[in-house]
Design a binder for this molecule. Sequence first.
Ligand code: SF4
Length: 654
Amino acid sequence: MYVKQKVPFDYNNKEEFQTGLINWIGDVFYDILPEHGYEVREEQIFTAFQLADAVCNKKIHLAEAGLGIGKTFAYLLTAIAYARFSGRPVVIACASTALQEQLAGPKGDIQTLSDILGLEVDARMAKDRRQYICDERVNDSRNETGDNTQTDEINQWLDKTKTGERSEIPHISDRVWKQIGWDESMPCDTCSSSGFCKVVRAREHYRPAKDLIIADRGLFFEDLWTRDQRIADGKMPLLPNYSLVIFDEGHKVMLPAAMQAGQKINQEEMDNIIFSIEQIQGARESLILTAIALEKAFSNFFDILNHCVVADDRSERLAIRVDDNLLKAADAFYKVLDRLLLEMQIEQELYIEALTIRMLQTFENQIEMAMTALYRFSGNKSKDVITWVDQLDGSFWVVPRNLSELLDIHLFQKKIPVVFTSATLSNEGDFSYFSRTLGLKAPTNSTVGSSFDMEKQVVVYLAHSLEKSPEDDKVSPAIEQLVSILRENKGRALVLINSLNEVKRIRKEFKNHQLPFEVLWEDKGDRGYLVRKFREDVSSVLIGTSFWEGIDIPGEALSLLVVWELPFPALDPLIEVQRKEAKEEGLDPMMTVDYPEMGLKLKQGCGRLIRTKEDRGAIVIMENIVGTPWEKVVRGALPPGARIKTIKDFKKLP
Ligand code: SF4
């Protein structure tokens, strides 16, 4: 039986709850935390009060909170109290597993707060299902003859693991994990192992959480988009009913929302289906002929698609120029898939020995997903969808264009409070870009800067126009300048670039220089390894495109941050939609999309430099901004209060 947890203060009604919450927050921040060595930070307390008000009045609130203010504690107090007041858990939707662990891990923020307050908090993690093994897949892979991909170590782990979580065996390769891990094509609804399986057990573990569910953001959106249908089909939704949702790192919402609402066609999966069918001994002729037809239709579609892709090495998602040929190829591909689906249903009754039922059902799920993608793509000449090709694995993605409408229907109209919190939601206090992206009508907002003393801790150096491309065989002036400041700083720098091609070009020019420190290039190693190496080897320099956010390097190792190019957005289809919509509303897409998007990314990038009160450092902007239309946006994205100089005055900080 559900036993309601006790709210940590007394109250008699809704009004008294809000007053009690405000008083309790005040007590915690002004009295209890300082007794445990925490500073009183007015920015933190202000944010906590704003959140409490927004939540009690069921608002949609954008809480921008600069680095070092302790925003996690600021939202946790309201979250815990509100879960107990409403009798339903609060979901904190996180952008990464690392963030989930940081919150709900053994020595995480929730444990720390609960120890200080003497409050037992029931918080459980709801991780991405891809992080768990599928027991059926494990059985299948073990039964496959000739498969020697699973080492003794993996087999021993599979025999003894209770959770089946990938983090228990972190060095396992993606290739092996693909054979044993869960993915969305698994036929879980009809699976006889569901009562024992690790994925289902993980769900059973987090569902009864009384206070907080620390959820993976992909899982959150999967639940959001499938919840009504699952309930209508008599299935349990992935998450229980919740009373409030808080998006930590709230600026990263649209991509997971889009991906969970959309479908993809993965070329490797299609190849595997065709190959598996062709391997069936004594298969019916019509099945084999359909598989051959599929091979043709599938290759034809991807050939034409690859010609329609707009090359842009700055974007992970490549835009597609849709034309009639591509739409026709999609139609033909769809028809063959439809035929194959029918053939496979016949096959289920005839050739059970050749392909296991589970494999057939997995293939059916993959085919149905591909058919939905193609159907949506072809409908209304693809005007109602956003499409792209994934730069990494070549998958074709189709997601609904009306994402903000879907968010409104499925989340914002539900009359539960929703909070987005991040250090980058606004351009100098203007939240209109973020609000428009999400289709928010009138959210409340609060903004507080960082609690660090940026005037003392940061110097920004602005460059004049520097020629970046080399003339003949000479090294460009910009590279000479970059090398000179890196030498002056004795390495210890992060250089942020926009495209891998530019990283490669810079590396070529660096060959002419002998540098007394190691340079770590993004395209020359695993991202996690490079970041670790950069942290440990204090004098090293890290150069890449994907470090604008999500890395935390306190101390001397990162004492110089170089912005080689301003991060204007690429031709990313998700951004392109914003541009089109701005145009349709009579707005200037550059002013209302490109500039704010660039400003937010630059602000994130600059946020890498100062991570603690002790950090000191310099930011160098290698592009001229003075007198440009975006000068104000760039200045607004720099750490507020930082001293600004020109690049010729660059000096290593002591
Ligand atoms: S329920 Fe799904 S994840 Fe679990 S064993 Fe069955 S197919 Fe695999």
